[in-house]
Design a protein around this ligand. Structure first.
Ligand SMILES: [Zn+2]
Length: 281
């Protein structure tokens, strides 16, 4: 069986617009937009995260709307208390309780979820950090990752690949769909970020630019960081096929109608989400 090249597309699912990777029907996957929800400013409108001071009932309604739009049964989502770490949590029907609920303090800490079980909707949240979805159609494994610069420099995108391989995946069968993230147009960084990448990754030279771009006056003349490229190059260093990596290529800060952006909105904003679920055992 040969795998098709991976692509993203924008689709209407019920009342909501979502972005979806071109995967087969054994997996359901989508990135939400901020449109079509119940939340008010500054969480307008489809905020999916409880921890951002939005009203809990609104968040609940928003999660239900997305769940319905995607045609999921209303099983609770599998989520994490995201902490910019590097641990991958394997979830099964036996340990799922620790990953469910509204209270962040009661959720397991981490930034990467994986499973081999069907009907467990893994969800990671973001507002500038990259959201990555992993799928091995042959091995029957999926994963979801939240990666900002800290998780990326520490190797989280490739740690998930290693975990898949440890469980029996072949690297040539692993596909990664890289969702929205803040782009190099809008992501000025300090020397700690530049130095951290140079210390760890041989391709660090390719990740930073100080060339002018019209897109954002504020970050003109500053060193700007390409988070998506850092993830792509890391995955290719771990031998993923380029045609099995697909980037949505939308900057969360520029795409104001579709995505929340922590930087653009100076910290007071909602979270969009990336969801993936195996639909068959
Ligand atoms: Zn931008």
């Amino acid at each position: 069986m040969s795998l098709q090249d991976l692509k993203w597309s924008r689709r209407c699912r019920g009342e909501l617009a979502v972005y979806q990777p071109s995967w087969d029907s054994n997996v359901l996957s989508a990135v939400s937009t901020r449109q079509g929800g119940a939340s008010s400013l500054p969480y307008d409108t489809l905020n999916l995260a409880y921890h951002v001071q939005d009203e809990a009932e609104k968040v609940e309604q928003n999660r239900e709307r997305l769940t319905r739009a995607l045609g999921l049964a209303s099983a609770p989502w599998v989520t994490l208390n995201q902490v910019h770490g590097t641990k991958v949590h394997w979830v099964s029907k036996d340990n799922i309780k620790a990953f469910q609920g509204q209270n962040m303090n009661e959720l397991v800490e981490g930034d990467a979820l994986a499973t081999e079980d069907s009907d467990l909707p893994l969800v990671v949240f973001g507002a500038d950090c990259a959201l990555l979805l992993y799928y091995d159609a042959i091995g029957g494994r999926i994963g979801a990752v939240h990666a900002g610069w800290r998780g990326t420099v520490a190797g989280l995108p490739s740690i998930m690949v290693e975990e898949f391989i440890e469980r029996g995946s072949k690297v040539q069968n692993i596909q990664v769909a890289i969702g929205p993230a803040i782009g190099p147009c809008c992501y000025p960084v300090g020397t700690e970020v530049v130095n951290a990448f140079h210390q760890r990754w041989s391709f660090a030279d390719q990740l930073f630019t100080s060339e002018e771009k019209e897109c954002n006056e504020k970050s003109k003349n500053m060193v700007r960081f390409d988070l998506i490229k850092a993830i792509e190059l890391q995955l290719m260093e771990y031998k993923l096929k380029p045609e099995h990596i697909s980037t949505l290529n939308m900057c969360t800060s520029c795409a104001e109608e579709d995505f929340f952006s922590y930087r653009r909105d100076q910290g007071r904003t909602g979270r969009h989400g990336a969801l993936i679920m195996l639909t068959r055992p």
